[in-house]
Design a protein around this ligand. Sequence first.
Ligand SMILES: [Cu+2]
Length: 467
Amino acid sequence: MSANRISRREALALLAVGAYGAGGLLLNAGAVAKGISNLLPSDVTLTANRFDGSIIAGKQTAGLQSFAPGAPAPVLRMTQGQPFSAALVNELNEPTTIHWHGLRIPNDQDGVPDLTQPVVETGGRFRYAFTPPDAGTFWYHPHCNTLEQMGRGMTGMLIVDEPYDVGFDSEVVVNLRDFRLGGDGQFIEMFKPRDAARGGTLGTVMTANWQVEPEYEAAAGSLVRLRVAATDVTRLYKLGLTGGAAKLLALDSHPILDQMLPEEVWLGAGQRADFAVRMPSVEGEMVTLLTATGNGPKALVHLRATGADAGRALAELAPLQPNPVAVADLAKAEVIPFTFGWAPGEGLPSSHCGTLGYTFWSINRDSGKASELGEAPLAVLKLGGSYIFRLANETPNNHPIHIHGISFMLLKSNQREIVQRVTDTALLLPNETMDIALVADNPGDWAFHCHVIEHQKSGLAGFIRIA
Ligand SMILES: [Cu+2]
């Protein structure tokens, strides 16, 4: 069915990974055999590595990082309900891991150092294997020295296909992120303490798939699934589409039933949107994905209509089926309050996964003392129990609050009407209190943190236990 529209560079990355699989395993099998699972074959090999490349036209940037040799992280594809495996090979000169954002998978596959697995040291490999229960648009990234590793490029798109045909003609996958580069194309400091204590430090070059305003082609009058992820460490995107016709299909992997396209689709760090786009009928006309910024709208991606009118209509698409996420029993749910606020003052220790050297934030006045995620769980939930988390943001900044291992329903806000929907990341606006509901159906210790990485790394992080 859908032809996957990706950039040439990404196509090369995919080829590189495909060609790397079996050979890479043979080459590395003897290097670090920490468990028999490390020796099993994997669907893909993801090689954490550092290299020089070009983000700004005509300029070379030193020290980019990715999960493919010398190329952006590959777009990973799997099918809902079908097993998947990936071998992480660490060719960086520091430890790393992979976290699969939004996937409800077993705890030991979640990729959080010290909480769910040991770090993967330089020269090591780790085999991840799981079966994704939900379809949708997800992404993956390290959970170690995260500001630096993600800041240098280690974020990739992860698509879980529905096991049925939705009816698109093609697909465009868009990884939105900024790079913090100076005019010479070189990385500048990853953050400013003054900004880390506020909204976070923005990048200087906005990119889609590591390119500035790339243009892709799609047949005139055809139906395109536009999958967008905000994998930036900081930026809150306020997305809009011009040209053609479009509707919002899903947010954070889960279908939206009310399919009106809002004027702006807000994606905090870590969030995703799936749009159904009906290309203009006339060759050469453009659909543009843009975001509102402090300096006005900024184009991110263009889709150019080509050829004769395919004559498709949005109404021809099959509706997305809801993912099998358990619904909380609100009558029996225990309410647990969490407060996201200022740090009580103690500094975070240094760790093998990096520290910013500052503590600005806290959850329930706990900024984590022994480790980034704290010594003890912020809450202990009974396996199978229903819970309402009352998330209170007592700060004047936005915080996209992410919970690993489970998905939850947005219930209500003290500030605005919200669409009740399933997600893994709740975007809290300044001074907003939001209730979310969940069933604690995945056992383990699960990271619970803000996805503005400077906030996460300076205190706005902890974990919950489901047992
Ligand atoms: Cu935050």
